[in-house]
Design a protein. Sequence first.
Length: 244
Amino acid sequence: MEKITVQTSLNIELEFESAPFHKRFFAMIIDWFIIGAYFYITSKIIDSFNTDSTSENLPLLYNLSGLQMIFYLPALLYHLVCESLMNGQSLGKKACQVRVISDNGGRAAFHQLVLRWLLRFVDITFVLPGLISYMSTKKNQRLGDLAAGTMVIDTKLTSDLNETVFFELGDDYKPRYTNVLRLSDRDMNLVKGVLDAAVKQNNTALLYRTTAKIREVLGIQEYEDDVTFLETILKDYNYLSNQN
């Protein structure tokens, strides 16, 4: 698949690989199977309540449609709930190692996932426009992705850019760079992702560009090796943000 280069808010270029069609297709099949199994089970449960329409059973029958809506709601919200709680992945996407992210390289915001979820019904109903959109756009985006500003990437070859930057620090921890709070949570998530990816791939050039940009933004002149510097920045941000 074609490589996608994204310019982050820190002017750091991140490279992704868009999810290949077969992975997205199999992820969709897995998700449909899960939803279909849920509908089958809930239908059997609802049928067990569907007694003869005698006068003594009328209150139950009147409430049956409401019961159906309650039982079917989790299936309708499946993609939105999963992608919100599982960092851009449904169970099918997780199994096939693909993920929804924002087209700026960060974690997809909730409102983006909502819009993407709403337009899923359009993509499913009108298959051809969505397929044309996927094949013709540089980032292989379906209509819902275009409207929401999201894209689906292959996670097998890329690091998770959105692992939390928060971790336990001792009470006696002393932050070194106290102006680190000038950066945002999104910036720090990007720094964490860049650090993980660069260390894994031994990409010293990416480490250098990242540390140079952070030093420029924060006005830091002193030098320490790039990995130690970024780790210190993450620890300082974690400590100071928890003090406010």
